[in-house]
Design a protein around this ligand. Sequence first.
Ligand SMILES: Nc1ncnc2c1ncn2[C@@H]1O[C@H](COP(=O)(O)OP(=O)(O)OP(=O)(O)O)[C@@H](O)[C@H]1O
Length: 764
Amino acid sequence: MPDSIKAHEQEHLDEVVAKIKVAQTESKKRIDSAEDDEAGIRKNFVNDLRIKTDSYEGILETALSVRQQQQMLAERQNSWQHATTELSTLKRLEKKAYFARIDFQEGAKSKPETIYIGLGSFSDSPDHFLIYDWRAPISSIYYDGELGDVSYQTPDGEQTVDVQLKRQFQIEDGTIITLYDTDQTVTDQMLLSALSEHSDTKMKSIVTTIQKEQNRIIRDTGSDLLFVQGAAGSGKTAAILQRVAYLLYRYRGHLTAGQVMLFSPNQLFNDYIDQVLPELGEHNMVQMTYYQYAGRRLPKIDVETLAQRFGETNTPAQERISRLKGSLEFFDAVTGYADHLESTDMVFRNIKFNGKVFIPKEKIQEIYYSFNRNYHLSNRLQATKEALIRILNRRISSEMKTKWVEDTIQDLDREHLNALYGDEPREFESADKEFQFLARKVVMQSFGPIRKAIVRARFLSINNQYVHMLRDMPNRIELQDYHISAADWQASVEESVAKLRDHSMQLVDTTPYLYLYDKMTGKAGERDMRYVFLDEIQDYNAFQLAFLKFSFPRARFTMLGDLNQAIFTKENSRTLLQELSTMFDPDKTKVVQLTQSYRSTQQVTDFTKHILKNGEAVTAFDREGELPTVTVAADEADGLQRVIDLVKQNDAENETTAIIGKDLADCRDLTEKLREQGVAVTLIQSENQRLAPGLIVVPSFLAKGLEFDAVIVWQASASRFGADDERQLLYTICSRAMHRLSLVAVGEVSPLLSDVPTDEYEMV
Ligand SMILES: Nc1ncnc2c1ncn2[C@@H]1O[C@H](COP(=O)(O)OP(=O)(O)OP(=O)(O)O)[C@@H](O)[C@H]1O
């Protein structure tokens, strides 16, 4: 590239930056004036108020005046907020105004145009854009096409333009470091330099190097279900985060970050990605793990944790039962069971008062089933509550005559009496009237908990109902189809009952339990949520997905996963896909496959993909690195020493290292021994812990979605990874490495490595 072009571009950049600075000054002025105005309004709030309380009109006028002042304050705050956001965008643009330039022509007759693309848009007059936001419709041609005719979507339909130049920039602090012209989508050169950076405890945005396939995910607006199958490190997570930023831009004014929800695999992952959207000038969406989502709704029950689930050793019969409970057929069966409660079998509890039955369950049942047949569960419940409140109100008068009320009133001290009188006038026609007044108050107060119990539907019994449903299931499902015997089912029901008594629950029961509860109480889901993202979909079961669809009835779903990394569901994840396809309208379902892995070097990707037997396609990105190493240590002490040597070597070369062990026990043991040897290390034990800089030890099931410069697999031995169904787990662990992968086995090395060609790793 001739120097004259660079000089010319630098000149253009300088002009743009100068205008950005002018705009910054303007925007600061607006912030100051909004602040002054606001302070002024607050100061004069009382002076400017017209307080008149002597007549109804006067009170109304005062209220209006307060309202006007509040409105003025809100307007100033709005304009303050707007100017502050604008200023922070301008500050970002000042340093790195744009990263690409496109020259194109809309038709043979129209004038050629030049646009620059950056992290936000910037114009010096209403229609004169100096920088286009990367999410603007026209910016799509930067990611999508090569030179020549390229189409892009606009709100009015498809447009085609003839692209004549694509230029990419690397700009730092207002200076162009490099620039290249390209005829490719996004040059390998730029991507390579982005990927060669070191890992961080925070993920970064990929806006300047989004790939064509990723762009399809980011800009999809038509699908109810967007399903992405992507190899490890193919940028699924990166793509959805930019997708959220895109949607917030595209639907600005109609969509807020609070209407977008991401279900992520663990809390560490939430921590890892929480800077990407703020970096793009957007608020973070709602982020939760499924466990948190379910657990939040069951505060009195200990829901099984990830570590417990991972450590579960189930008998084959329990496995089959878990498979059934996670299926779509089970979801349909629960729906059917809930529907039949409209006519029979709802379980009720007595409403009690002072330890005695106040409204017996038989009475409640009679009321509940007395309504017209076309009453569904929700209006049936509502009508029952109303009827029970009426009974309660009628009982007030009779209760007022009871002895305990009289005794209570006689024993009242001054303080309690005052509280009962409240602000009401204390003049009564007679002592009897006064007694009536107090008696009513006393009774209503003591009936408070009953009222609450009615309103909160405590007369229903979700635990008993759930157990009743489990017992009824053999009438609704052919257990033989799942190779489950009646005795096995019976045993599993007893196990669930025992757990419920103990206030605990397996994860596999949680969702059917919540679903049944929602059906019983007529909950219709959160209608406000518009986009729901599920990462690591292979670890969900079909029941959970159907439940989420039910819980967010107006949301569009984006589901991302990698069947190769199904560490919990293993082979079942394939049936999940089939079940998923029946849940959404096929015309509104889009499937995108990402096969290129960006995270790791070619050597690491090639090695890891050979661990899989019939894995989904994975293509390595052409980035050179060293071969993975496999170390076989004679005993644990020797293995520990090898690990320490590897850590030292990584430290010397500034590679952040994660040591990944199979389970928590192995990780604890290793951490202790490393500390005894003076190695500083953080052990990650639970999904709620924070990611720390420096050396970490993390169990496999918490490493999902994360990445590190260097990974040391601890105990890549036959004793830990012996069975064929551990392949996906070993693959998931190894694919966390960006540049360097070292496996340390004690004793015999895992047989799962036997298919890896010997020239793809080094024995050391
Ligand atoms: N277009 C891109 N430009 C630059 N970096 C990219 C791009 N796509 C992905 N990456 C980088 O590749 C790495 C892997 O991406 P990401 O974590 O999104 O993959 P993933 O598919 O979610 O992986 P996994 O399923 O293994 O968790 C990240 O460091 C990400 O920043």
